[in-house]
Design a protein. Structure first.
Length: 175
């Protein structure tokens, strides 16, 4: 099974879907299409995993919802601030392009693994530590703002302190 090494996430209005273009090897790419329905289900699990990531010095923070939201907001802002623009992953002419029909999520304390699966047996892995997941979710949150999809699934701590999301930047990718 291939593993995504670097991805570019984009909202494609004509498809009303998110497109992930990822490097799976040197000069090899795959294009994955994600529907709003699948993303909505997936995001719930990803956000819950992040909310359980608390520093060992502050285990009591989960008991206070306001303190937990504040801590999550700070962690999200710090991760977003460290996100640097890179050249987008460009799909190769011979790369696979497929619709993701399911995602298996496995995790431990340090790592979250997403196994994207297609209807015809396609599959690819994406391994993310908390910081990388926060950065990717920041990008997805920004892209989500360009859609007409419901905004209510996003927690308050995903927004900037002013309550306004940052304008999406086309072609952002991360490692």
């Amino acid at each position: 099974m291939s593993e995504l090494q670097r991805i570019t996430s984009e909202y494609i209005e004509a498809e009303d879907r998110l497109r992930l273009t990822g490097e799976v090897g040197e000069g090899e790419t795959e294009t994955l299409w994600l529907t709003q329905r699948l993303l909505t289900r997936l995001l719930d699990h990803l956000l819950k995993w992040l909310e359980q990531q608390v520093p060992t010095a502050a285990p009591d923070v989960l008991k206070d919802e306001q303190a937990a939201d504040m801590m999550q907001g700070f962690a999200q802002q710090a991760a977003s601030a460290e996100l640097s623009a890179q050249q987008p992953v460009q799909s190769q002419a011979d790369s696979e392009s497929w619709l993701v029909t399911s995602v298996d999520v496995t995790s431990n304390d340090q790592l979250l693994t997403l196994t994207f699966k297609g209807a015809n047996g396609e599959s690819v892995l994406l391994n993310l530590q908390a910081q990388a997941l926060r950065q990717w979710l920041s990008i997805i949150h920004q892209l989500w703002g360009a859609t007409e999809w419901p905004q209510t699934l996003w927690p308050h701590w995903m927004s900037e302190p002013s309550g306004e999301a940052v304008e999406p930047e086309s072609g952002i990718s991360f490692h």
